[in-house]
Design a protein around this ligand. Structure first.
Ligand SMILES: O=C(O)CCC(=O)C(=O)O
Length: 343
């Protein structure tokens, strides 16, 4: 398995990599900034009765639990189709950039390492962000069974602030060991990850691995991914013993709920099937951002005073502030790419 076809999104046949050197170093510096000030004091579920004793205990002890068959496979398949339609539409109409394209507040990052010949947008994409205000993605954010779990872990007032669809195409490299809170420069912790398998996730297709109990670790230093040619934004923990790691094998429709300090990674997709997942991050309403403006943070309330909020009837789009930050962020990466070419 290797980087037989390294493609960037869009019409360019040769990759233009923004994923090395300056851009990766700059990204790592931004996300590590103020790392020591981010910590967790409370590891217990906020409302254990809403979770049930086994999940509440697993949350405290391991930093995660799995809920089997939370979603219907038909819903997962519709989610996959919607994500594919979105990246195809973006490729047809979007603003072409070196590693990402933006449309309506959503943007994509290209997969840098693939093992098969590719043609369509979904075969080249790695991640699609900023989805949780629209269509099926919004329905999932407000799903009763999911909101119940989130209220159990977070408390009575919960929002979804980040969403990604991950296209892990054949040959795609795994994301190295990391803690999601490194990316979240908030004024309080923890936040909660929701990883919905919209296809089977196994060690062959590139499932997650977690280190149980590592949510009690402080935020470790994360260095740029040491593999030349890794995807943009990949950073890794190197000062931890991962001998106790376990694979999280999932069937379509299973959900992993995990603490934002839990160390986790995914492995390479060595199969010939795409492995897909819808990943949300959630937290307590009222949480404030304290770091460098992030284009992937967009709070949508899903539970208030312990009561689930139904999705709004009208279609919704990210507020101008999120779209502005996104445009600015992409511009910065583009300028960095120019400098690299000139260097
Ligand atoms: O799904 C994957 O391959 C990696 C996802 C992950 O680790 C993350 O989004 O934090």
């Amino acid at each position: 398995m290797g980087a037989r076809n390294c493609v960037s999104l869009g019409a360019m046949s040769k990759p233009e990599r923004l994923t090395e050197d300056a851009a990766q170093d700059a990204f790592a510096a931004i996300v590590n900034k103020g790392r020591g000030d981010r910590g967790v004091e409370d590891y217990e579920a906020a409302s254990p009765a809403r979770l049930g004793p086994e999940r509440a205990e697993a949350w405290s002890r391991d930093g995660y639990f799995i809920v089997r068959a939370l979603e219907d496979p038909a819903f997962c398949s519709a989610v996959n189709d919607a994500a594919i339609a979105q990246v195809r539409d973006m490729e047809a109409n979007g603003v072409l950039l070196q590693t990402s394209r933006v449309k309506d507040g959503a943007f994509t990052i290209a997969e840098q390492n693939l093992s098969q010949d590719v043609e369509n947008a979904e075969e080249k994409a790695s991640k699609l962000y900023n989805l949780h205000r629209r269509g099926l993605f919004r329905d999932f954010a407000h799903r009763e069974a999911l909101v119940e779990l989130l209220a159990g872990v977070v408390g009575d007032d919960v929002g979804v602030f980040n969403s990604q669809f991950i296209f892990k195409n054949p040959g795609a490299w795994g994301q190295p060991w990391h803690q999601d809170s490194l990316y979240f420069q908030f004024d309080r912790f923890p936040q909660v990850g929701v990883w919905l398998a919209t296809s089977r996730a196994t060690p062959e297709t590139g499932c997650l691995y977690v280190l149980p109990g590592s949510h009690r670790e402080p935020l470790h230093e994360h260095l740029p991914d040491s593999r030349p040619g890794a995807n943009y934004g990949y950073v890794e923990i190197r000062d931890q013993d991962f001998a106790g790691a376990v694979p999280i094998e999932m069937e379509t429709g299973d959900v992993l709920i995990f603490h934002s300090f839990l160390m986790h990674r995914s492995v390479d997709n060595v199969s010939d099937q795409r492995r897909t997942a819808l990943v949300y991050h959630c937290g307590a309403l009222g949480t404030k951002w304290r770091g460098v403006a992030s284009p992937t943070v967009d709070w949508v309330p899903v539970c208030k005073e312990g009561v689930r909020l139904a999705p709004p009837e009208k279609p919704d789009r990210a507020p101008w502030s999120v779209r502005f930050k996104l445009g600015l962020g992409v511009l910065v990466f583009r300028v960095m790419g120019w400098f690299k070419k000139d260097a």
